[in-house]
Design a protein around this ligand. Structure first.
Ligand SMILES: C=CC1=C(C)c2cc3[nH]c(cc4nc(cc5[nH]c(cc1n2)c(C)c5CCC(=O)O)C(CCC(=O)O)=C4C)c(C)c3C=C
Ligand code: FE2
Length: 428
């Protein structure tokens, strides 16, 4: 990807004698003892399967963390804006954009500060760590445009027409304080400390203008390649659209700012977050065969029920009664494969497993932080979600899951350079 600089590219640039700002930062990494030798870096790259020195550029037409290959860790947080001043809101977004660009570039810093009469400028837990492909994605909830019928910041006319708060779907047990929020921040990296550091520092900088409403960390295993597994033990992401298929991303993910799409959202998208609790104690008592029927895929390979290999495509048309793949299995309901109609609906999933310890009555509090990006929530996510939660024939998996939080967010385009910021188009 063009906004990605990794060690191999860095070594190439160094050989060619081209020292840009990112290159300077990478040399800083080496100077600060983060990478004592190339061999050491390459060894850790091999162990993790990822290059820990990878820096992703914050600036560009689209925000990062959407079509970026998924990192291993996430920390997601949602904020309520507490200020009533539009100037404060603009300052917050400007400050957060500048900080995000700097955190993603991991400006070399040794943790020292000249004026010790003030709290540390940066909390410091990232000192000595690698950039780990950090991406930061910022989105807005509908409450930023209008809350309780009030046009708080004069932005109501900027709200995309169909954009609402996430409704309650059949089976949801929504915890208000784990749902919605005016601004969401998604920090993803191959190091969990790097993700937490982002949210902590943005929260610190938001004092007086916004406060944290909810926060959720998540992760995948350290598998070097291939499809990851969710906490039901199934491969998750197999039939995701290809992020390198630009034409498809332009059709299903990115807005072009025409028609019903406001011009300020050209290069933006919508993000849906569902914090889905998984009843894993109950699931773990379900027979192996039954688990495959519920999901509609084979457990070891991830292949469809009528296929052999993971990426074989199922043929539901040849199985109208669902003898091979149950008609109420998760995959058959989420994509009934009705040709062009289901192609137009396809969403880009980018979720993570989460493990929060035990709930107050001793059950494992774990699940999937389901995240998806789509150009239209109304025409893509919602029809899929409604099929999965249709009370007349719900997804069989619904008996083992319960959504407790999340939200709908609109993700503005990227900031083009250091003079612009995320969400700037809202105020023009
Ligand atoms: C409304 C959207 C979806 C929610 C919510 C959701 C939750 C959820 N999914 C799994 C596990 C799997 N999902 C798989 C495929 C899949 N899921 C959705 C949508 C939602 N899932 C879609 C659109 C698809 C792709 C269907 C297709 O095109 O074939 C799979 C199969 C492998 C894969 O393709 O990823 C699994 C497994 C869990 C555990 C979960 C909530 C806890
Ligand atoms: Fe799914």
């Amino acid at each position: 990807m063009s906004n990605k600089i990794n060690r191999r590219a860095f070594l190439g640039m160094a050989a060619a004698g081209t020292a840009g700002i990112v290159l300077g930062d990478l040399m800083g990494l080496a100077n600060n003892g983060r990478a004592s030798s190339n061999e050491e870096v390459l060894k850790s790259v091999e162990a993790l399967g990822e290059d820990p020195s990878t820096i992703i550029d914050f600036y560009g037409a689209n925000q990062t963390g959407i079509v970026t290959p998924s990192q291993k860790f996430i920390c997601m947080a949602s904020f309520d804006v507490t200020t009533e001043s539009v100037k404060d809101l603009q300052k917050l977004l400007r400050d957060w954009s500048k900080m995000s660009a700097e955190m993603m570039a991991v400006k070399p810093w040794d943790g020292s500060q000249k004026d010790t009469q003030f709290p540390p400028a940066d909390t410091g837990e990232q000192v000595g760590l690698q950039p780990a492909s950090l991406t930061i994605t910022i989105g807005f909830g509908s409450g930023l445009f209008e809350k309780d019928g009030k046009d708080r910041f004069g932005l109501a006319s900027r709200k995309p027409k169909s954009f609402t708060r996430m409704p309650k779907f059949h089976g949801d047990l929504i915890q208000e304080m784990a749902t919605h929020g005016d601004i969401v921040v998604q920090a993803c990296a191959d190091d969990p400390m790097i993700c937490f550091h982002v949210i902590r520092n943005l929260a610190k900088a938001s004092r007086g203008s916004a406060h944290l409403r909810w926060q959720q960390a998540g992760q995948w295993g350290m598998k070097p390649g291939g499809t990851q597994r969710n906490l039901f033990g199934f491969k998750d992401g197999t039939n995701n659209p290809d992020i390198n298929n630009i034409a498809f991303m332009n059709q299903n993910v990115w807005m072009d700012g025409t028609g019903d799409e406001p011009a300020w959202l050209k290069g933006g998208t919508f993000m849906v977050v569902r914090r889905v609790h998984m009843r894993i104690e109950t699931w773990d008592q379900v027979a192996y065969k039954e688990q495959e029927i519920i999901i509609g895929r084979q457990k070891p390979s991830g292949a469809p029920m009528d296929g052999k290999l993971e990426f074989d495509q199922p043929n539901f048309g040849a199985d109208p009664s669902g003898n091979v793949t149950a008609v109420d299995s998760h995959v058959r309901l989420s994509n009934p494969r009705t040709g062009e109609a289901s192609e137009r609906e396809r969403i880009l999933r980018r979720g993570f497993n989460f493990m929060n310890g035990l709930d107050p009555v001793g059950r494992v509090d774990a699940g999937l932080l389901f995240i998806c990006f789509n150009r239209s929530i109304e025409k893509q996510f919602e029809p899929i979600q409604r099929r999965l939660t249709n009370p007349k024939m719900p997804d069989q998996m619904l008996a083992y899951t319960q959504t407790t939080g999340g939200g709908y967010y609109v993700v503005p385009p990227g900031a083009k350079d250091a003079n612009s910021y995320i969400g700037e188009g809202l105020f023009n």
